[in-house]
Ligand binder design. Structure first.
Ligand SMILES: NC(=O)c1ccc[n+]([C@@H]2O[C@H](COP(=O)([O-])OP(=O)(O)OC[C@H]3O[C@@H](n4cnc5c(N)ncnc54)[C@H](O)[C@@H]3O)[C@@H](O)[C@H]2O)c1
Ligand SMILES: [Zn+2]
Length: 379
């Protein structure tokens, strides 16, 4: 079973990736979580799939499947659900889930199991981070984005009306269990959205991985299981290496924001109708163009990124309906800005990022003109 260890200040956790691994969920969780009382938190869509997955396992067992196939049904003290979607990643849902756990008398020996996409992971992780000053939790990601990005790194939190992820914590999970088989039921657009983060991982850290994604775009779109498993594994390795070096985002972790400053501007301008991964694909293209114009990146890098984004079925143009001033406005309010200046982590070549002036500095200031022309260039 491919396992990627992720190191953090207080220890380490494993990210386990394998098709069918959900069958071993109870045993896998019993390692890091011992005999803790489990609280399963999921959204209503994933909850229905979970019931199907567990029913299928139960039927297989009734038909005499091997006894090692213990079945994925967890012995849970409580199962809490909320409506699927980003709108639920709020302080209101955090409050309701926390109160439900309190009213059920769950003590410090509880542990949370976050089953679902990035919304469940961030929200349930934040519930775990704050419940009785923190209980452990497991991430069981079921979207591609959550498997290769959101479930790794320990960032948890909720949105507020003033912006995304404005309230949160660093709370590393006790274990991450990713079963690529669960991705087969994802809607196409949600699935493809996750692929943009893998392109980002190749761009920032590994040219040969980037080439592998280019060469395997067709298999990835077909959700070929071996290809998908390798993708998740390699992306998690890259993210794990970065967050292990810089858990609290003081330096190199900024490289994981490649493409994201412009992506956030586009998302906000679209009032979040543009899916995150589609925005990231566009943001990567635009930020590579900026890197080329600033003379940092080798010529042709942006075209290469555009080629793979397109091959993965993600948009490479905004279609011109974007109000550039509003994208800029959103970028100027990004919480990662310093002294009102937008700073970007920019690539110099495939697999290599530009190192700024100071020690551990991975971002450079970018002028408003440069940002505006990159956004206009996406039309
Ligand atoms: N913490 C981090 O480091 C980090 C990193 C990146 C993104 N995020 C966060 O992740 C969130 C986005 O995550 P997401 O894209 O996974 O969205 P999501 O959690 O909303 O999932 C997308 C949709 O897919 C459904 N779904 C999930 N698994 C499914 C399955 N196996 N089959 C069928 N449907 C399924 C969900 O119910 C939902 O409707 C954002 O809130 C973002 O801020 C966090
Ligand atoms: Zn992202």
């Amino acid at each position: 079973m491919p396992v990627v260890p992720v190191h953090h200040a207080l220890g380490q956790y494993d990210v386990c990736v394998e098709p069918g691994i959900l069958l071993s969920l109870p045993e896998l969780l019993s390692g890091p979580l011992g005999k803790r009382k489990l609280v399963l938190i999921t959204d209503d869509v994933v909850g229905r799939y979970y019931d199907e997955w567990t029913r299928a396992t139960a039927e297989a067992r009734a038909l005499g499947a091997r006894s090692s196939d213990a079945g994925i049904r967890l012995r849970c003290e409580a199962r809490l659900t909320f409506p699927a979607g980003e709108a639920s990643k709020s302080r209101e849902t955090w409050l309701r889930l926390t109160d439900e756990m309190l009213s059920q008398g769950l003590d410090r020996h509880a542990a949370v199991v976050a089953l679902g996409g990035g919304v469940v992971g961030d929200l349930a992780g934040f519930v775990a981070a704050t419940y009785l000053r923190g209980v452990p939790y497991a991430q069981v990601p079921t979207t591609l984005l959550a498997m290769l990005d959101a479930s790794v790194g320990g960032k948890v939190g909720v949105d507020t009306p003033l912006g995304k992820n404005l309230v949160g914590a660093f709370h590393p999970p006790a274990i991450v269990v990713a079963d690529p088989l669960t991705l087969l039921s994802l809607p196409d657009r949600v699935y493809r959205s996750g692929l943009a983060e893998a392109v980002k991982h190749g761009l920032i850290a590994d040219a040969s991985y980037f080439g592998w994604i280019e060469a395997n775009a067709r298999k990835l779109l077909a959700r070929e299981l071996d290809t998908l498993t390798h993708l998740i594994h390699r992306s998690v390795e890259i993210k794990a290496a970065v967050v292990s070096q810089d858990e609290r985002e003081g330096g190199i972790r900024a490289t994981l924001n490649a493409g994201h400053t412009i992506a956030h501007g586009l998302e906000q301008e679209s009032r979040y109708r543009l899916p995150h991964g589609e925005a990231v694909g566009l943001g990567l293209i635009a930020e590579c163009r900026i890197a080329e114009r600033m003379g940092l990146a080798t010529a042709g890098l942006a075209e290469r990124v555009l080629g793979v984004v397109r091959a993965l079925g993600l948009p490479v143009r905004t279609g011109g309906s974007v109000q550039v001033a509003r994208v800029l406005e959103a970028m100027l309010h990004d919480k990662k800005n310093r002294e009102g200046q937008v700073r970007l982590a920019l690539p110099i070549a495939l697999g290599a990022m530009h190192e700024g002036e100071g020690e551990g500095e991975w971002t450079v200031p970018v002028t408003h003109e440069m940002l505006a022309s990159a956004v206009v260039g996406l039309a």
